[in-house]
Design a protein around this ligand. Sequence first.
Ligand SMILES: *[C@@H]1O[C@H](CO)[C@@H](O)[C@H](O)[C@H]1NC(C)=O
Ligand SMILES: *[C@@H]1O[C@H](CO)[C@@H](O)[C@H](O)[C@H]1NC(C)=O
Ligand SMILES: *[C@@H]1O[C@H](CO)[C@@H](O)[C@H](O)[C@H]1NC(C)=O
Ligand SMILES: *[C@@H]1O[C@H](CO)[C@@H](O)[C@H](O)[C@H]1NC(C)=O
Length: 562
Amino acid sequence: MIIPLSLVLLAADLFISRACGCHDLYEPYAQDSLHQPFGRFMKNPSHDAVFENIADTDQSIAQHRLSLETTKDVDAALEPEVPPPPLDVVPLIISGPSTNRVDFVFFSDGYLPEERAKFLSDALRLAEDVSKNQTFNTVQPLLNFWAAFSPSRESGIGVGGLPKDTPFGLFRYGTELRGVYYAHPEVGKAACDSLGTQCDYPILLGNDPLYGGLGGDFTVITASTLNGALVLRHELGHSILEVGEEYDGGFGYYGANAAHDLKIIPWRQWLSDATRVDTSGAPRVERSVMAMQAYPWTLLNATDPWSIKFESSGTYSRYSVQFSLSGIPNKKDLRVTLDGDELGWLPREKIGMDRWFYNFHSPKKLAAGKHVLSFNLLNGKKEGAAQLCSTEVLEYGTEDEFISTPGFYSLYPTFSDLNQTSYRPTNEDCLMRSVTVPNLCKVCLETLWINLLKDLDFVDNIKESCKQNHASTLKVLELDLLPVADLRKIPIAHKETYTITWEKDGRPLSQFTNKTRAEIEDDQSLGEYTIHVKFSTEEVRLESPSLQGDWHHKVTALCQGS
Ligand SMILES: *[C@@H]1O[C@H](CO)[C@@H](O)[C@H](O)[C@H]1NC(C)=O
Ligand SMILES: *[C@@H]1O[C@H](CO)[C@@H](O)[C@H](O)[C@H]1NC(C)=O
Ligand SMILES: *[C@@H]1O[C@H](CO)[C@@H](O)[C@H](O)[C@H]1NC(C)=O
Ligand SMILES: *[C@@H]1O[C@H](CO)[C@@H](O)[C@H](O)[C@H]1NC(C)=O
């Protein structure tokens, strides 16, 4: 299948729209309308999740990107004619022909010729993580994963804004664990284009052990054991589902998992309790508030703690403190306190210098008035690496006012960087909100099915053959269907069905209903067949044309001449 690759520069620029504070210049595609001005190029607009808000404070990224944007002519940049790098394409997880599957290709960057095996094992680990038992597991029969190896002359990815000698030129600005950018998008485009239908979603995999990545036309990830799959899932979520964020402090909230108007709830079909309405009959919003939210991206030092003050109204019952850190491997390296009381932070097991996300829930209320959250680096040897990336304090009503139970679908407020409210379907069930969660919520899964199936046929192929049955000869028509429902090789827990109906020259052949094989008397077999296939799964509740289709086949010759 081919999804046109769109222009990467624009994708990358989405960051900057916020980063440089130049809202006027970029407003047209900084918000929900971001498809419009460049819709033709931007099949998969970038809403890089884990990194985008972050660029807010980084003027160097902003300035760099800004100069790219202002100096390059968009149409000229669209046609970069360079040869693809040498590609050694290896199948990882294959479910069927590329012409009728959605194909993900990992491209190598920063792997020396002798690191080919490492690349293949990194790519396989990531492909399995997102499809074997979680995330895209149920749609796996619609997907293929490939690894395309191109050797690099240098190992690893660049730092300080300087790419190494690698095919796609992946690099970080500075050394901090944040965005990973590419210097040679034209090579990426040429590489993907050269694979034709075998490349729908190109993934540039950097040979680096730590957190980093980028969303957009190319999904950029690293080989980080803890974070590679986390970034991959989230960025593919943006690209395939065409949804924005669910976490707080971002700026793009749109698509199937975002509501801006209580009268228009895209996930009405998933609401857990339709009777949960307020006195006016309007759906009830789960009661919470964002008391504090920041993306400091600051290096910590052992001289002075990094602190942030915030206020509480004192009217909520519970709260949580969330933050993400990198470069702090040990418990004794850092003390995190709220109003002087230690939170009891423990580094994630085996985190080393990599980034991780921490979430402390308290069943107590925050008192009305001022509070202070402090990050106190205790180990001076970690200066220069120890970093506080993001932090947030949320307050919640009682369990009756704010249902925190996993699996509850309702209206949960999400707060943007400007503290504007939109709504999401679950509290913390979705990897689009909480990047450490490995699964999509049901609303996103439904959209995943619909979007993947949009460009696929249920019928891979129809085989025509002949069969002798006693005195008569039979024409045999046999369907190869997408291997879902009862054709799955690995069964799944929930129910799926195929409904198949056959017609010949407009007349139903009801004896073959729900059969993938039809046997017809040879002398009556000439004609035009229409096979209607409808798929249903418990994971899709919306009616969607993506879930059914007609397949036409003409029998033009008899088995036994005539
Ligand atoms: C899926 O497998 C991974 C790695 O083997 C494991 O960490 C994860 O917990 C598993 N998830 C589920 C839902 O079983
Ligand atoms: C967001 O707005 C609410 C009121 O609507 C306020 O209580 C809260 O403190 C604000 N949060 C931030 C981080 O500004
Ligand atoms: C240490 O960090 C604090 C908080 O970010 C900052 O105000 C201070 O300038 C830093 N001190 C040094 C010596 O870098
Ligand atoms: C065909 O399969 C569908 C889905 O399982 C079922 O609802 C329908 O009754 C079946 N029809 C026949 C004739 O078996």
